[in-house]
Design a protein around this ligand. Structure first.
Ligand code: IMP
Length: 484
């Protein structure tokens, strides 16, 4: 199907032409109104979808072309503290890619997709799985709880989704044991260490074991099951407990779930690299957000993986040069779950109003999210560090003039020229006020929202290419063509 997207040699000039002539509204990349050939026809994504014209080349020529590949890998990242609505955007873009691949994190992420009247909740499986022709990968950079994954796969099977042969799990992804969750909880309850406010899904301990080189890659478990018992003994000694019948029962269930996934476990990096050579396209799906990145986020109040776009190459086993496009997703306002700095945070009645209007409760834990105004300092940092080619705004519908008369953008932190490594306990934010916009209807962008978007572009340095105006796939306005 992807071959329908082949673009003739003149495509570069048509890009250019399209860019010049483009105005807001649902632009068609090709200029012509040709069908994209997917069941998601109403979502013609401008300047986005096609394979490179290198199919069929071999040897040195492939390698040469590989270097100049224009369309290989697009990475979708969260440009705030997670929960930006990446799931919907990935679901929307998926038809235009051959592969959808998660590269980091685990069941700490979560989103719900309603498809043909059935509700699917994903924590681990990429949402592209709902498209019958897409190949989905759980990359080596992930930490996988096999019980959770089995549950999601069973849910898919019950919903009539056939994933045989097109769901691949990396043999290098690390397994997450029930005791990782116990260790996570024990750490959060330990008064001697800083509470992070984790999702309690065992993510930090699982990545700790990976980096301590005592973790269990999925392939290793399938080769030699005893390695799990060795790790389990290590965990029990850290927890200071002896094995209970309940834990044994839990572990038996866990092992059964892990064994049942054996047929899906493989070297996922190899087929992804070959796919890039063939000119197939990959959508790399990030979880959490830039400000939660282990290296570049608000450490220590972060998750334990590389959430930034560059995590995609390590987390999928593909060359860095294969990444050709990065899309940052951000909400019209900010939210954060768990502890840590949040300079534009709102409190009291205003916060509660925004939380309710946006349904800001954790998809994984149900916790009420902290809410605040849009933080352009953080957004600029995210656009900069990820090298965002474009930004997509979500929840544009929430912040309308029935909720607040005015909205604010935090444009600077007083006394700081940029986002600091460590936030001072009290930070004074300089704000700019903007009028909110009327309830959104159709594809029109009200002038108030347009000025808000223009200011965001000015502060972040990246174009806002689209805005999501509701949870449904149809609720999207393409504002600018998306160019290479
Ligand atoms: P962990 O990833 O469970 O270790 O949690 C570390 C921090 O990241 C905590 O503040 C969590 O609330 C936050 N976090 C983890 N996953 C998500 C997510 O998907 N959305 C928003 N915050 C998250």
């Amino acid at each position: 199907m992807i071959r329908r997207f082949f673009v003739p040699a003149t495509f570069v000039s048509s890009f250019f032409f399209e860019r010049r002539g483009a105005t807001r509204s649902n632009l068609d990349f090709f200029g012509s109104r040709r069908s994209l050939g997917t069941r998601n026809m109403e979502h013609k994504v401008p300047c986005l979808c096609f394979s490179s014209p290198r199919v069929g080349l071999t040897g040195n020529l492939v390698r040469k072309c590989y270097r100049t590949a224009v369309m290989a890998v697009t990475v979708v990242i969260g440009a705030q503290w997670g929960d930006e609505g990446k799931g919907k955007i990935v679901d929307l873009l998926a038809p235009h890619f051959t592969w959808i691949a998660r590269y980091q994190g685990g069941a700490n992420a979560g989103h719900t997709i309603v498809f043909e009247g059935k509700k699917f909740v994903f924590h681990l499986v990429p949402s592209g799985i709902l498209y019958p022709d897409k190949k989905c990968v759980l990359g080596n950079g992930m930490v996988i709880d096999p019980v959770q994954l089995r549950k999601e796969m069973d849910g898919l099977a019950e919903g009539g989704i056939d994933f045989e042969g097109r769901l691949l799990i990396s043999e290098r992804a690390h397994l997450l044991l029930p005791t990782h969750q116990m260790l996570d909880r024990a750490r959060e309850e330990d008064r001697l260490v800083k509470k992070i406010g984790t999702t309690l899904r065992g993510i930090g301990p699982a990545y700790s074991d990976k980096f301590k080189r005592c973790g269990v890659p999925f392939g290793e478990f399938l080769d030699r099951e005893e390695c799990v018992d060795e790790l389990l003994r290590n965990h029990l000694s850290q927890l200071g407990i002896s094995p209970s019948p309940e834990l044994k029962e839990k572990m038996d269930f866990w092992k059964e779930a892990a064994r049942s996934l054996a047929g899906f476990v493989t070297d996922t990096g190899f087929p992804l690299r070959r796919a890039i050579e063939r000119g197939e396209t990959i959508l790399a799906e990030g979880a959490q957000g830039t400000m939660l990145d282990i290296d570049h986020g608000t450490y220590p109040y972060v998750t334990s993986s590389t959430t930034c776009a560059f995590g995609a190459t390590a987390g999928l086993g593909i060359p860095a040069r294969a990444v050709t496009r990065v899309i940052g997703i951000f909400k019209a306002y900010s939210t954060r779950v768990g502890e840590g700095p949040f300079p534009t945070e709102l409190f009291g009645e205003e916060a509660q109003r925004l939380r309710e209007a946006g349904g800001e409760y954790g998809a994984t834990t149900g916790r009420p999210r902290r809410v605040g105004w849009l933080d352009a300092v953080a957004l600029k940092y995210a656009a900069d560090i990820n090298g965002c080619d474009g930004l997509i705004l979500t929840k544009a519908d929430v912040l309308n003039n029935t909720l607040f008369e005015k909205t604010k953008i935090g444009v600077a932190y007083e006394g700081l020229s940029r986002l600091p490594r460590k936030f001072p306990p009290k930070i004074t934010v300089t704000y700019r006020d903007f009028p909110t916009w009327p309830t959104l209807r159709g594809l029109e962008i009200p002038p108030e929202l347009d000025s808000y978007l223009a200011a965001i572009e000015e502060y972040s340095g990246a174009p806002v290419i689209a805005l999501s105006t509701g949870p449904d796939r149809n609720e999207i306005i393409w504002r600018k063509p998306f160019l290479d």
